[in-house]
Design a protein around this ligand. Structure first.
Ligand SMILES: NC(=O)c1ccc[n+]([C@@H]2O[C@H](COP(=O)([O-])OP(=O)(O)OC[C@H]3O[C@@H](n4cnc5c(N)ncnc54)[C@H](O)[C@@H]3O)[C@@H](O)[C@H]2O)c1
Length: 250
């Protein structure tokens, strides 16, 4: 297997950290970008002599820092073969979603910048190198809330994730002839800090509606990402893979 260069945003915790662990275990070189400076400890915990893992502190809501992250990947690895856009935020008030008519413009814009604009900017910066090398994988972590109505999600979050699915499809179609696949994963409710922002009542009701009978865990999302990043997944592009315990059958 070829050793690839990987960038995972939101890689200090939760789903991003699990994906980075999975890709480092494949022997790839990894750069983790995160707003939290715990990203350095996370990187140290994953590194092996064969698979160096670097941490980089950056806010995906600030364009200059997003571009700085692409630049860091270029300095370290000469580019990036596998981009995983995982950094994402969801705003709650006392464990409840904020009603659409009460969402402030500045909060809407920040959610959109982190969840949707940053994946676009990183794709824009890194796709030329992928095209040149005729290999690339972009994996966007969307959400069930971008696929269907999920009341606890919040309007800004739902819109950003639906947009990410559209971005995925457009990039997939455009770069399909170049050896680049672009896919997204739409997790249902996965046990992380982000999902625990919802009240215990909301979480219990969500779990009841899942055919598998429980929330998902981060390794179950990471397994899907590692597969989509792999070379044998070369004929899969433009898909949105639902990792949600069978919720769409219910
Ligand atoms: N947990 C779920 O149930 C669930 C469901 C569907 C989709 N998702 C998506 O999965 C992704 C990861 O979520 P998670 O549950 O692992 O969350 P998490 O809160 O456990 O981890 C998110 C990571 O992103 C980082 N981050 C937050 N804002 C950032 C910013 N502005 N710039 C850079 N890094 C930032 C955090 O510091 C953290 O390390 C998100 O895009 C989320 O929308 C999660």
């Amino acid at each position: 297997m070829n050793q690839r260069s990987v960038l995972v945003t939101g890689g200090a915790a939760g789903i991003g950290l699990a994906i980075a662990r999975g890709l480092a275990a494949q022997g790839h070189r990894v750069l983790l970008a995160d707003i939290s400076d715990s990203v350095h400890a996370a990187a140290d915990s994953l590194a092996t002599p064969q698979a160096p893992v670097h941490g980089h502190v950056a806010d995906m809501g600030v364009e200059a820092q997003v571009l700085g992250t692409a630049q860091r990947a270029a300095e370290l690895f000469g580019g990036c073969d596998i981009l995983v856009n995982c950094a994402g935020v969801s705003r709650k008030r006392d464990g409840q979603p904020i009603p659409p008519v009460e969402v402030l413009t500045e909060d809407w814009e920040r959610v959109l910048r982190i969840n949707l604009t940053a994946p676009f900017l990183l794709s824009r910066e890194l796709l030329p190198g992928m095209r040149q090398r005729r290999f690339g994988r972009i994996i966007n972590i969307a959400s069930r809330a971008g696929r269907t109505f999920v009341a606890p999600a919040g309007v800004d979050y739902a819109a950003s994730k639906a947009g990410l699915i559209g971005l995925t499809r457009h990039l997939a179609g455009t770069y399909a002839p170049d050896g680049i696949t672009v896919n997204c994963i739409a997790p249902g409710r996965i046990e992380t800090a982000l999902s625990s922002l919802s009240s215990p009542e909301i979480i219990a009701a969500a779990a009841k509606a899942i055919p598998v009978g429980r929330l998902g865990n981060t390794d179950e999302v990471a397994a899907a990402a590692v597969f989509l990043a792999s070379e044998p997944a070369s004929y899969i592009t433009g898909v949105c893979l639902d990792v949600n315990g069978g919720v769409f059958m219910a």
